[in-house]
Design a protein around this ligand. Structure first.
Ligand SMILES: NC(=O)c1ccc[n+]([C@@H]2O[C@H](COP(=O)([O-])OP(=O)(O)OC[C@H]3O[C@@H](n4cnc5c(N)ncnc54)[C@H](O)[C@@H]3O)[C@@H](O)[C@H]2O)c1
Length: 239
């Protein structure tokens, strides 16, 4: 779903940069003689990488920020000088965001709420008609001014900046999303059906890591911590 949302983020952002959608009226790729838009992507994970691919493909000027230098190194090897990679900290985020036409937020701290990397003060100093797409909104969002929206009314404006904060972006392209989700999950479904849940989880550490609740116990430590429940390890319930 992150692949879908990352790719969609650029599509949604480009559409909302159009004047009739509240944006500043800028074409992502520019035209000969007119500069391309500056797309800033915060978080170079699955969402960020797929957004990056689309933004580069549409001819935007792209900056990507992450806390993982290894991740930035990989992207630098693949995209070379078609992108700028920047180590993420409060100052570099601020510098990039203030120069951006479109900002895409795709950060994740597993099991925790997304960090509010873009503050209200930064939003108020962004270009008028700029667009922010907060893909991380399903984890609380990485823009201080974000709140979750739906496809019926996907955007709202704060200080002249269009916010697109749809919590279930892949739902808009349900056909593609369903096939993609099927591809990723069918192996697990077959294992669960063939072996029963306990054996399937014992045989596959990734499936086991996905177990959140069993026999009324929370088996995912970060979720237990966040919700104030006692944590019980999955292993202790698998017998
Ligand atoms: N809205 C939607 O429809 C939708 C769909 C899919 C995913 N998501 C959300 O998108 C977010 C990203 O998902 P993902 O699969 O790309 O996760 P991921 O783990 O692949 O990538 C997250 C990246 O964020 C980086 N990061 C963490 N802290 C950072 C910081 N302070 N500055 C910069 N980068 C930082 C990590 O190093 C990592 O590279 C998640 O919150 C996920 O739930 C939302």
């Amino acid at each position: 779903m992150s692949e879908v949302a990352g790719r969609m983020a650029v599509q949604a952002g480009a559409a909302h940069l159009e004047k009739s959608k509240g944006g500043m009226g800028v074409l992502l790729g520019g035209v000969p003689g007119v500069p391309a838009a500056h797309v800033v992507i915060i978080g170079a994970g699955v969402v960020g990488t797929h957004a990056l691919q689309m933004a580069v493909g549409m001819g935007a000027r792209v900056t990507v920020l992450d806390k993982s230098v290894d991740r930035l190194r990989q992207l630098d090897l693949v995209f070379g000088n078609r992108i700028n990679t920047v180590y993420s900290n409060a100052q570099s985020v601020e510098d990039a965001v203030l120069d951006a036409d479109l900002v895409i937020g795709g950060v994740l701290i597993p099991g925790a709420a997304a960090p509010k990397l873009v503050t209200r003060s930064m939003i108020s100093r962004m270009k008028n008609g700029a667009v922010v797409v907060d893909v991380a909104i399903d984890q609380g969002g990485c823009f201080e001014t974000s709140h979750a929206t739906t496809h019926t009314e996907p955007t709202f404006v704060v200080d002249g900046v269009v916010h697109y904060c749809v919590a279930n972006m892949p739902g808009a392209v349900a056909r593609t999303s369903t096939f993609a989700l099927n591809n990723a999950t069918i192996g697990h479904a077959v294992a669960l059906a063939d072996k029963g849940w306990k054996q399937a989880l014992k045989d596959n550490p990734h499936l086991k890591n996905g177990l959140n609740v069993a026999h009324g116990h929370v088996t995912y430590e970060a979720v237990a911590l966040a919700l104030g429940y006692p944590y019980v390890s999955a292993d202790s319930l698998l017998g």
